[in-house]
Write a protein that binds this ligand. Structure first.
Ligand code: NA7
Length: 537
């Protein structure tokens, strides 16, 4: 028998980009615009990345829609109308498809192609990338744009395969709608995905068990429709919106209040917090007093305010208490936006299962066995998050000089320079990976895409075929990254930003706490100093 997979000739490229999400599409557009022979591969059979996979009921943006799109494409700005302040998954998937078609990129995207390994040829300075289908790509430069939250994580309890009902991870949701009407359902996990799906399906189900390991701070999304007049006004202000995003620490359209929470009277503070509570989106998080993540007293004031709101909304005081986070103050993890989540627990057919006192032991044929009982259900929803930030990149099987894998090199936590390059992995760039900025993520990746593209242009103009960060520059960057959260309240939080949600993952800071403007300044400085800290040859 012959193996057809061996017979396909390698596809030769300047640049191979992995991931057809927000960042990968942008990177492809810019690489092509700069005359590079570039392609994108993606394991999914559609474009959109996060917005392809996370098609569960209630999946929705937590950045303002009009601050999230591609600002660089004039035509798209003119043509596209957002229907809501915070649109749902279907509209986002349509947007990214429209973007790909408008920019004429579809022919350069290979879908349903999963990368299983990539090896660097040190003699000739190129990558050979192998795919599950047998396809092989040979590229001078390999760019990972696989996303921070794209390697789904399941509970590590026995029996997942034993369950005879229907079960889905929120990030691997089927295209065929799942019918929840009259069903007994268990949702495991109460992060953004869990909160969204729980709120959406609560009115449909016969019985819903919400399995909560740790409660999160949730504030109202205050979503509303965008009518034609408002859309036009937004369109007319796109430059200004973009500018505001680029000056704010996490690239949302909100900037913090310059005073500390205790610099104002209690009355003023409460009035301001109430304003934030009533305002759309992440305002409570990013438009709050400047010191809520550096002063315990300031943080307590905000957390107490929200805790009281939860108590006001949940009838049973014992349940309200369980929904109030005790292990972290507001903002120490990215908060969740909700739309009626707390009221869900006033419905008689919804039960909060506190996994602190009643841990999940196994999945059975008919449901979930906790330490106290068996919960018989028809559907299990795993809203259990991701092996975040590093997981999806490590899974690419990238092997650099000396045959070392990224997984091996990052055993004790990621090492990067500027969050985009790794020593021992020449001609490999990461967009949206560890040690890079987050928040309103397309604004972060937009800058990285531009920076990488300028770097590739520089290489071409100087006939260079290899770029690699020095180990010293990498060490310096990791020191800088860790310094960005030292002394803040975030430093001690347990979240996916530290790898704490994955059993056995080493605790290391995976994000960037210095804010997007500082990050961009650091990257620009490296480029301006003739790519100081990088070896080009
Ligand atoms: P998150 O925010 O990582 O939330 C995952 C949730 O699942 C969270 O409540 C976890 O509890 C819980 N979890 C994880 N593993 C388990 C196990 N084994 N058992 C029980 N519960 C578990 O992912 P999301 O998809 O909700 O949101 C991702 C991002 O999307 C979010 O940050 C926003 O940026 C948008 P834990 O808190 O770890 O105790």
């Amino acid at each position: 028998m012959t193996d057809n997979r061996q017979t396909q000739p390698p596809v030769e490229l300047d640049v191979l980009i992995v991931g057809a999400g927000v960042a990968g599409i942008h990177q492809l557009a810019l690489a092509r615009e700069n005359g590079l022979n570039a392609r994108v591969v993606d394991e999914a059979d559609g474009v959109g990345g996060t917005w392809f996979w996370n098609r569960y009921p209630g999946a929705r943006l937590d950045s303002e829609s009009y601050s999230y799109g591609y600002f660089f494409d004039e035509q798209l700005r003119k043509e596209w109308s957002w229907s809501e302040e915070f649109v749902g998954q279907p509209e986002l998937e349509r947007y990214f498809n429209a973007a790909v078609d408008r920019m004429g990129l579809r022919d350069s995207i290979d879908l349903g192609v999963r990368v299983v390994g990539a090896d660097f040829d040190e003699k000739n300075n190129y990558w050979t990338i192998r795919c599950e289908s047998g396809a092989v790509y040979v590229a001078r430069v390999l760019i990972s744009a696989v996303g921070l939250l794209s390697a789904p994580q399941y509970p590590r309890v026995p029996g997942l395969e034993r369950f005879t009902g229907e079960s889905h991870h929120t990030a691997r949701w089927p295209k065929e709608p799942v019918d929840f009407h009259g069903k007994r359902v268990a949702v495991i996990g109460t992060g953004s995905s869990g909160v969204q799906i729980i709120t959406e399906i609560a009115p449909q189900v016969e019985r819903l068990y919400v399995l909560q390991r740790t409660p999160n701070w949730c504030t109202p999304i205050n979503n509303r429709e965008i009518d034609a007049a408002r859309m036009q006004a937004l369109r007319d202000s796109y430059d200004q919106i973009h500018q505001t995003c680029m000056t704010s620490p996490q690239a949302f359209i909100h900037t913090p209040r310059p005073e500390g929470a205790l610099d104002v009277t209690e009355r003023e503070r409460i009035e301001y917090l109430q304003q934030l509570w009533d305002a759309p989106g992440m305002t409570m998080y990013v438009k709050n007093f400047r010191d809520i993540l550096t002063s315990q007293a300031a943080n307590d004031a905000v957390s107490d305010f929200i805790a009281q709101k939860i108590k006001d909304r949940v009838r049973d005081p014992a349940i309200a208490e369980k929904l109030i986070p005790a292990d972290h103050g507001f903002g120490m993890k990215r908060p969740v936006l909700e739309n009626g989540y707390y009221e869900v627990f006033n419905r008689p057919h919804i039960e909060l299962v506190d996994m602190g006192t009643e841990p999940l032991l196994e999945v059975t044929e008919h449901g979930l066995r906790t330490s106290a009982r068996e919960l018989e259900v028809d559907v299990v929803v795993y809203a259990t998050g991701f092996d975040a930030v590093t997981g999806s990149i490590v899974r690419l099987g990238v092997r650099g000089t000396n045959g070392q894998t990224l997984g091996d090199y990052w055993t004790d936590g990621p090492q990067t320079n500027l969050g985009m390059m790794v020593h021992g992995f020449p001609n490999f760039f990461i967009i949206g990976g560890p040690h890079g900025p987050t928040g309103n993520n397309p604004r972060a990746s937009e800058f990285q895409v531009q920076w990488v593209t300028s770097c590739l242009r520089h290489m071409r103009e100087h006939s260079l075929s290899r770029i690699e960060t020095t180990r010293e520059a990498e060490r310096e960057w990791v020191r800088h990254v860790n310094g960005t959260i030292r002394g803040t309240l975030t430093e001690n939080a347990n979240s996916w930003g530290f790898g704490s949600n994955v059993p056995g993952k080493p605790r290391a800071y995976l994000l960037y706490g210095g804010g997007q403007p500082l990050y961009r300044a650091q990257c620009r400085e490296v480029a301006d100093r003739s790519y100081a800290g990088l070896t080009l040859s």
